[in-house]
Design a protein around this ligand. Structure first.
Ligand code: GTQ
Length: 359
């Protein structure tokens, strides 16, 4: 994307200055200082948000064979987590899909357990393939199926196990690049292999996800107490909403995964959404300051990002950069897109912006 030059570009020949005043530059460096005018153009030349990353598409038909091959190379236990991470070409060499978010395809083969650990980055899983493997969060198991959104808050113990006879593959999202930037990335291995079961499976969904809350529960955590937002329920919500309300011209029918006790994002640093684009939907172009990663759940279509056209079908993943004007187009059946970004973080900081077509 072309960047407009700022009219107050800093017109300094820094090479000439440096040559004429080597002593000054040396003394400044020796004093643990650095002249801002050397760097100012990097800052002042950018009049619009971004870019920070590139538009990108990961076709599941390309990804799946590699994920399965990784299953022959290394076990879940050896790898700790057997994952192929999405490398956004615009963010290399960082293992990141947006400036603040890491994502990867994780494989757990039948009979395997990925051992219990916890870490400062928060994580979610969005299930792509298989059915009935579990993630245990602080000893509460949830059995996972395609389209489920499973939350592993910061510093919660978690292990993944697959007692079924099919491989399970899901998309992981972590706020790891952000915790790296904050100098707050750390990790602990559970002393045993698996955390003991502490609650019956699904306990958090009935306790906190039904619109009733146990008396005496005071919610202070920054994260949702619900472990699994099942596709069964979110799909029902999308279907009902699309029957009774007009789609937004840019986003179709779009909902956000929230903490049912506070209405905030389920994970403060990883806002997550799911939207339905009705058959034949031709979205209006819009752009936002949050880079967004999409995972296609149902249907097929395309997303136009400037001159770039990304054609997608179920289980494909694609990334829309910061402030990139884009539109979604659904083919001749309803499409469902899961997505995630750092929008909630930007909103809290007063940085989030959206530009929509004028009505
Ligand atoms: O499942 O805990 O993709 O710790 C990267 C690091 C997944 C996990 C990842 C992790 C995990």
């Amino acid at each position: 994307m072309a960047t407009k030059l700022n009219p107050r570009h800093v017109h300094v020949d820094t090479a000439e200055l440096k040559e004429a005043h080597p002593g000054f530059y040396r003394d400044v460096q020796d004093t643990k200082l650095w002249p801002l005018w050397e760097e100012m153009n990097q800052f002042a030349n950018r009049t619009e948000p971004g870019p920070g990353m590139a538009p990108a598409l990961w076709r599941y038909s390309d990804v799946r064979p590699l994920v399965m091959r990784s299953g022959d190379l290394i076990s879940a236990e050896e790898a700790e987590r057997r994952v192929l991470a999405l490398m956004n070409p615009g963010l290399k060499p960082n293992m990141a899909v947006t400036p603040t978010i890491y994502a990867g395809y994780q494989l757990v083969m039948p009979g395997e357990v990925a051992p219990s650990h916890r870490h400062s980055p928060a994580a979610f899983r969005f299930i792509l393939e298989g059915g009935g493997a579990y993630t245990a969060v602080n000893g509460e198991r949830t059995y996972m199926y395609p389209g489920d959104f499973v939350v592993t808050p910061s510093r919660t113990w978690h292990d993944h196990g697959n007692e079924t006879d099919e491989p399970m593959i899901w998309l992981d999202g972590l706020d790891w690049p952000l915790t790296n930037k904050l100098g707050l990335t750390y990790f602990e291995a559970w002393p045993g292999f698996q955390h003991p079961e502490t609650k019956p499976p699904g306990d958090s969904s009935v306790r906190y996800g039904m619109g009733v809350v146990p008396l005496g529960h005071e919610h202070r955590a920054a994260y949702t107490p619900v472990v699994n937002y099942t596709y069964e329920r979110t799909r029902e919500a999308l279907a009902a909403m699309s029957r009774s309300s007009d789609p937004d011209p840019c986003h179709g029918v779009k909902t956000r995964y929230t903490n049912p006790l506070t209405g905030d994002d389920a994970i403060p640093t990883l806002s997550a959404f799911i939207q339905l684009l009705p058959a034949g939907f031709h979205g209006a172009p819009c752009r936002q300051t949050d880079a967004c990663v999409y995972s296609v759940v149902e249907g097929s279509g395309r997303t136009e990002i400037g001159d770039i056209v990304l054609e997608w079908e179920p289980k494909d993943t694609f990334a829309v950069p910061i402030w990139a004007r884009h539109r979604h187009i659904a083919a001749d059946e309803d499409a469902v897109l899961f997505s995630f970004s750092d929008r909630g973080l930007q909103e809290k900081l007063g940085l989030w912006r959206e530009q929509r077509p004028h009505p």
